[in-house]
Write a protein that binds this ligand. Structure first.
Ligand code: DGL
Length: 287
């Protein structure tokens, strides 16, 4: 039987989904979380559906069997596009939340009617995204750009936060190349005044993106709406934790961060972005 005190599983190809975990923790302070960064197999964005589907399946099984998760948040647009249908059918009893580029919220934000959408190649060329785009057809012009290499560069930069490090230079160069290919950003007629961040990694390159598009362009990302949706889902399943978490001896720590890759980058990201101590991170093997 599933009970409210079980943890929520959250996973991404790497550290990008920590942006979603941050929003989840703010929205659901009484919940326990087990976050899995599949960094040994990142990036997902340029690998193809079969590979991403197999990883998503293995991780879902692992989180259920080893951590008894009561719900799963797939904090990765690429894995959602490639595999959410399959996870839903194989794990029909598991409350499941996926991510997709926030096109509908962008419709309410844009004044010029031109919206930029950046994401991985896997997400933006998926049938799921084509369907989403078709659902908003005619309501605004969406300019899409697969940002090959960007999630991977962000992943590599985590352990070396210095702005002068080579991966920081690479992130700047990739942002510049990809955004320039999209056209003009700004609030004048014909310019893109809204940018959808369709990959959970990209929020961690927000300063570089901001420097390129200017101060007035709205960024739309998915962390907060996903956190609210997770709350609704848990509530309707009767699985929302309503009590403050117990003290140090009341069970496993409220947040466990696991990685299939190197430990240092996850520890650095946990401290930098979530103010979590290094000892909540551990390495795991998921074949
Ligand atoms: N963070 C992921 C996403 O939201 C994928 C990045 C990658 O591994 O390519 O799509």
């Amino acid at each position: 039987m599933t009970v409210p005190s079980q943890p929520i599983g959250v996973f991404d190809s790497g550290v990008g989904g920590l942006s979603v975990l941050r929003a989840l923790r703010a929205e659901l302070p009484y919940e326990r979380f087990v976050y899995l960064a599949d960094s040994a197999h990142a990036p997902y964005g340029e690998r193809g559906d079969a590979y991403v589907g197999a990883r998503t399946h293995a991780i879902t099984q692992y989180l259920r069997a080893q951590h008894g998760i009561k719900a799963l948040v797939v904090a990765c647009n690429t894995a959602t596009a490639a595999a959410i249908h399959e996870v839903r059918s194989r794990h029909a009893d598991l409350p499941l939340v996926g991510l997709e580029p926030a096109l509908k919220p962008a419709l309410s934000a844009t004044r010029t009617g031109r919206v930029g959408v950046i994401g991985t190649r896997g997400t933006l060329t998926s049938a799921k995204f084509a369907k989403l785009l078709a659902s908003v057809a005619g309501q605004a012009e969406f300019v899409t750009q697969p940002c090959d290499g960007l999630a991977h560069a962000i992943e590599r930069s985590v352990a070396q936060p210095l702005p002068s490090h080579p991966s920081a230079t690479e992130i700047r160069a990739l942002c510049t190349r990809h955004l320039r290919a999209m056209g003009r950003f700004g609030t004048k007629a014909g310019q893109m005044d809204t940018l959808v961040l369709g990959c959970t990694h990209y929020i961690f390159a927000a300063d570089d993106l901001r420097a390129l598009v200017g101060p007035q362009v709205r960024f739309i990302e998915t962390g907060e709406p996903v956190a609210r949706q997770t709350r609704r889902l848990l509530q309707s399943a009767g699985l929302l934790a309503k009590e403050p978490l117990g003290g140090a001896h009341a069970g496993p720590p409220p947040v466990q961060l696991l990685t299939t890759g190197a430990l240092d980058p996850l520890q650095a990201a946990a401290q930098r972005w979530l103010e979590l101590p290094a000892d909540c991170c551990a390495q795991v093997v998921i074949p």
